[in-house]
Design a protein around this ligand. Sequence first.
Ligand code: GAP
Length: 426
Amino acid sequence: MEKVTALAKRRGFIFPGSEIYGGLANTYDFGPLGVELKNNVKRFWWKRFVHNRPEIYGLDGGIILNPAVWKASGHIESFVDPLVECKKCHHRFRADQLEGADKCPDCGGELTAPKMFHGMFKTFIGATEDEASQAYLRPETAQNIFVNFSNIIDTFSPQMPFGIAQIGKAFRNEITTGQFIFRTLEFEQMEIEYFIRPEGWEKVFESWQDEMMAWATTCGIKKEKLKFREHSDKEISHYSKKTVDLEYEFPGGFKEIYGLAYRGDYDLINHSKHSGHELSYRDPKTQEKFTPHVVEPSFGVERTLLPMLLDSYAEEGERVILKLKPQMAPYKVAVFPLLANKEDLVKKAKEIYEGLKPKFYTAWDERGNIGKRYFSQDEIGTPFCVTIDFDTLKDSAVTVRNRDTTKQERVSVDKLSDYLENEIEK
Ligand code: GAP
């Protein structure tokens, strides 16, 4: 974990938030390569679960919703944790995570009795800061989906079963610190509410379990480090009838990366009651009217990135390599002129770089020697490096070097784009 954290900072993937002001606990900023990795994950997820699934509709809802939404969803009442505070060092801990310890884990000081603490961030709308103008930053993207349920029905007339998917920021006032991007104050969720007939939810639930596992391994997360764990009655969320977490074996042990919940009709019924707007479905053939039930697969973007980085990190001799899946890698290809001071080599290399750029996110490097440039690209996961040498000027072919095998191949310039596309898609 330390090596990955250091690499992420050194090579422009992930920076501590507000660093020049001493940082801000549990916040991180994504640098030029981090944002690429994140965008690739989100794009692939969208393609897989929205574009390739005609029964799933996309949505991009707001971060601030009418506060009544959170009352109806049960978050105002139930999105709370019991906290204890150390009387000496004033550090706060979640009482349920202290595993029975009655002294401060940091300094051994005496702990206060547990007090309930709210996980939602509050803000105010308008000029006055009173209760009437209080609003919240959403702690999950799911609620945008429920409140738009009838908009999707009215505009797209979906057949059962159907889903609504959303990718977006969520905010939680987390107090456990020091877990890198695993637990942050703001993070991105990729969520689907999958609406089904009330009967037979178990099969749908199982199929989403398979989908979640398949997605995680597609991202390059190792299957042997993944397992499902069902929530006990004590930990299950207020809205869920059954929850299974997909857990990944981090260096400190197994921890949740994704959650799958059977929310039943909890949300649609509660929003119907609180809003006065009936959220039901009418079968277009039989005219039967009912409240659909919901199976909810919820994926964290940062909790996808972290296992991807951990599982792709490798050291081979002096090389540090991020063996990211080529489709996920920030740069797909790097282009080098063999020598930076030979004008005709640089000119040809620039031409090739310009030709690849519209299709692949392409890096340009002319610093140092070729060996150093390879090392530098390996460390950020660039799957292919293309070198333009003196032979290129004669035979119009380049050397393509593969990150994982270090094997080099001569490829003619006119076939280069197709060659790379095939290799990246493999
Ligand atoms: N709508 C259901 C829901 O929000 P959750 O298990 O509380 O369920 C879903 O959160 C996912 O969101 C988690 O599996 C995780 O990937 C991500 N997540 C939750 N809290 C997070 C945090 N503080 N930092 C980063 N990711 C988080």
